[in-house]
Design a protein around this ligand. Sequence first.
Ligand code: GUN
Ligand code: ZN
Length: 430
Amino acid sequence: MTIDTLLLGQTLSYATDPFSDGPDAARHATHGGVLLHEGRIAAVGQADTLRAAHPQARVVDYGDGLIMAGFVDAHVHYPQTAIIASWGKRLIDWLNTYTFPEETRFHDPAYATEVAGRYLDLTLAHGTTTVVSYCTIHPTSVDAFFSAAQARGQRVVAGKTCMDRNAPDTLRDTAQSAYDDSKALLEKWHGRDRLSYAITPRFSPTSTPEQLSALGALWAEHPDCLMQTHLSEQLDEIAWVKSLFPEARDYLDTYESHGLLGANGLYGHAIHLDPRERDRLRDVGAALIHCPTSNTFIGSGLFDMAGMIAAGQRVGLATDTGGGSSFSMLRTMAAAYEIGQLRHAPLHAAQLLWLATVGSARALRMQDQIGNLAPGMEADLIVLDLASTPAIAQRTARATDIWEAIFPTIMMGDDRAIAATWVNGTAIPR
Ligand code: GUN
Ligand code: ZN
């Protein structure tokens, strides 16, 4: 018989959606507990009640630490780990100058393995338990990533990035090889342990219509897979798409007309959308992935979070490492808050934390498995230290409620605020 584990501390979970119900959507306990049984959450409740009901459980007492779901980062590029924070370029120049040369290095399986492990260790230390990652065009970059996540027991989503034009020779596949390699990787990894495959055309400028069609056909053969791509991130990019696809109604149509628009689609950025694009994305139930540190760092624009949510779009939150300037979902929430302020629509702390957990899990259609504390959910948890630095502690000391106690950590916290990370019911050694 396995011994259950009882984590004690403050607890935070969501009963409903804070964009509809405000902060009351959250459940907070000052002296709470989470019971773990064989990699899942068995119970969430008051510390005393759980202790009395489960006297044999091994107790881990986090004191004032705030136990909540691990962060879900819905759009990253793990191969860009080593070029994060590269100076001075906007999207297309940034890709050509920094990204493509680095991604070329992933033809070497040893390098891919090294960076995949480094990336997952860095993000776990920042409290991120699930990521959705682009790999490079090299199938070995996908094997390296899934193997590293599997060794850590993580639920991750990833796919081979497909590009058959407007990229260096060393980073181009073809319509046929993109289909064949993606299919082989999907069959190898999708549904194995906690791993899921995402069909991954990088974005319309780097795929011919033939490649987009081939990947659309693959998605039709495997509709339960996610499909991830980029959409309407920067104005220059949109103009380029128009010139490459003169017959398309708009940027989204370059995906839609090739079978790449659907309910299991994740569309990164989606900042500059026309009304038709917005309506179609909402009608099919696609997910928009907001990447706020990337949007300010690369100079892309200000995502209309309030407008999108009010219009009924599904939205997830992401770092977009390494176009994004951080591995931290705390820093990412802070940037989403700042963009909200510039749009005169600041997000509440309850909404920011929801986006980084439940919201992103919903975007991945994994809200029944990850992203919240509830019986039956997988035990991917973090413990936040709400006084992790002197600067944060002196502000938190003035807090009159839980949201005022959490907000300084959202705005000023980093990996020092992550007191513990649990994956699949096991604490990550640190
Ligand atoms: N658009 C196409 N590729 C990329 C990428 O790697 N990062 C970002 N931010 N945008 C992209
Ligand atoms: Zn991206």
